[in-house]
Design a protein around this ligand. Sequence first.
Ligand code: BES
Ligand code: ZN
Length: 965
Amino acid sequence: MGGGFYISKVVGVAGIVLGAGAVATIIALAVVYSEEVAKNNEVISPTNEGSTVKPTLTTTEGSSVSTPEGSSVSTPLLPTAQPSNEPWDKYRLPDTLKPDHYNLTLWPRLKVNEQGLYIFTGETYVVFQCVKETDLILIHSNKLNYTKWEGGQLAKLTALGNITAPTIKSSWLQETTQYLVMQLNGNLTVGELYQLDTKFVGELANDLGGFYRSEYEEDGIEKVVATTQMQPTDARKAFPCFDEPAMKAVFHITLLHPVGTIALSNGMERVTMEGPEGTVEVLKTSFSETKRMSTYLLAFIVIAMLLNRLQIRIYARKKAITDKQGEYALNITGPILKFFEEYYNVSYPLPKSDQIALPDFNAGAMENWGLITYRETALLYDPEMSSNSNKERIATIIAHELAHMWFGNLVTLNWWNDLWLNEGFASYVEYLGANDAEPDWNIKDLIVLNDVHRVFAIDALASSHPLSSEEQAIQKPEQISELFDAISYMYCNVCVCHFLQQTYLKAFSYNNTVYSDLWDHLDLAANSSGVSLPTGFNVNSIMNRWVLQMGFPVITIDTANGHFSQEHFLLDPASRPDVPESEFKYEWIVPIRWMKTGKEQSLTWLKTRTANMTDMKVIENEWVLANLNVSGYYRVNYDVPNWERLLNVLNTTPESIPVINRAQLIDDAFNLARAKYIDTILALRTTKYLKTEKEYMPWESALNNLDFFYLMFDRSEVFGYMQAYLKIQVEELFGHFKNITDNWTKVPSGHMDQYNQVNAIRVACSTGIDECLNLTKGWYKQWMNDPTKNPIHPNLRTTVYCSAISAGGEAEWEFGWNQFNASTIATEADKLRYALACTKQPWLLNKYLEYSLNPTKIRKQDATSTIVYIASNVVGQPLAWDFIRDRWQYIFEHHSFTFAPTGTSSIQLMLLFSQLKDFQAEHNDFGSGNLAIQQSIERTSANIRWVAENKKKVLEWFDGEVPKP
Ligand code: BES
Ligand code: ZN
């Protein structure tokens, strides 16, 4: 990964602290030409209005100025001012010497010294070669005052080779021609290298030439920038140099500058160290050496930190950068940083933000401060080849990691037991950041599908765990790794968490905290913003119930009498005896947002196990819907008549229920059915209205829940009936997308519609709608015929590839495999890697399983997910299971393999269950997989019971819903 392989951008993230006028001034200052100097002078240096700074540091014998450290410097008298034909009276350098490289340290003072002057000090040496014999050294120097060396000379000369340099006879400054002149006591030898050392002081005048001072006002405070303009002949005003364009050399530059400023030069900043210089604390920034270059092109700048100048760079493989795959990340990083600066009300704490895509990377991304690492699919976007889902992942993952720059990096949790707060918080605000970058997506709505439902699924198990653990309980590396599970990533669920955490960040910057520090600050915020917490409770007492006990409640509302109550929700009611005790007795303080017959009611808190509210009582056709927009972390159950009325609303006027809640009703119903709160058939009935539904969220929610039915029944006679039902349900949606995409020639404009188009094709093809199968097979065939032209839209590729490879044989698979190997775009390769697991040929799946553990075929970072893809294919599932068992030792040692807790189907269940148990007994330590395997066993046993209880009635219901010919 070469250093040059990046693109970058300079953005004004510090916009909140920098007024527009000041921004303009800074930008202007960096580019003004000398002719504009006079005009602009008065405008940009308000302190010196109308006056010019006297050149007090020139060449009068005896005049001396003090450096900030107090050492005195002086300049000798000119020997003669008469014009003559001496070399030092000529304006061009003699052709006797040639510079090779310079080492230069400059220290501009951004405050006045005792004499009321802005100065800079410098130390430099130049290594030059003698190309013609001479006893004279001329080097340009203008308005610099030199410190004398031993012997009273203005410079020190040494030879670098095996010879002795002649001593300096006399040295002086030739003002007119701007030279430092040194006459020697002997000749320099041709071909030899010599080093000339000097120490000097110059004035950092606001004269727009050489190393000069620029000033502006910000928030009523005078600010000083040190900057340079060398072209054509002012480099000599910054340091002694052979100041002609042909005198190219390499420059090693170091700038000393005040803490709180950044230094820039031609080279890349290499190291910035903080340390004392004399009695003053300074930063020392060294730059990488320059190319061989002319002096007039040098630049040195010292500027207050974050003055509209944050460097954003994206690094990746060279090809990815030249293909512009980093552009999207580059474009959204600045706005997202700016968003978080405003959100947190704290400036981005670093001067630069580097992000790098690595070909091999285990996690999705890692928030190293100022240098975030990503796997390629999480950072690189190709408009021609990446889908909208790839784009969304990139936007959210960037937002997530950038959110950590403050929450996690600036303020860090004390120990890993509080990791959930770090990750949970970032997982919530990533949606806010991404929403700011892509406001049209409505991405915040997806929190429910992507996060809440995911966490609900495992937090409803008796083997779940509280968010927070005791510090002492987390000691071993495996224990720490185990903490990074979906529960820790749960979003900040109780509404008080949505308040800004600004005072918390300010109070603990560069320090560490425990989670209750945040609650304390939220309490302050809640008090000062007049948020209504339930009487008798503060943030601490509310939040403790959510983080110190595991799980979440189901709220049951009885609309017949206005009764409502809470209970710890368990997916498997039989597991209740296994649930550990809780000091809060599995009661929560629950914020209930709800509506009655389409009209929003005021927020109600449920603080006890049961409560009563007459408003929740309904008459006639009224209905109640709670957890509006799923703003709370709980499920809701109703009395059966209210469920019936809600079903009726779905079937008649679905739009009177917000779209997020349509999705939620389906998810709650299916899960309540699994947990035996309601009948399975009632849950299935929530999918009937989908025939007319066009929105993504309810469809996605239903399909996710029906996946469980597929998993349970895919090898039984129920499967055919279920397919027939879903085929009818999806027909209209398929037709809808065909229409709005002009017969599949384009994609819908809305982000969610694009997702739902994929669902329509996926379900239509998998339930055997011929038109769909012909479409996907045709596209894939077309691509096979001309591999240089892929006719499939990136959004549809995962589904189309999968459908075509599933319906096809060896040729389709091999073509996919070859395309996978040929792809230089990670997101495209990932689509193929997924689709290759869709084949129905066991021998291809076995071959693919073998490939998955061969790092020359499948990258190690992708091994686990490839096996999981294969295991979620009905044909691949038993093959994958055998494979995992055979290779367990290897997998365990080489991969952090985590069990997909849902990846089992019914025919295998009995067998698998006993196998899992044996398996756990055989290998009694799974490292960080211990909890995962426990959850897997618990879920499997619940599934076995569920199938036994539900198979018959589910079959009958599906059968009854399919019209008979
Ligand atoms: N800090 C994590 C990455 C991490 C997790 C490193 C576990 C080591 C062990 C990072 O901030 C993160 O959360 N990454 C997520 C992406 C995010 C969008 C949820 C990931 O890697 O999947
Ligand atoms: Zn994170």
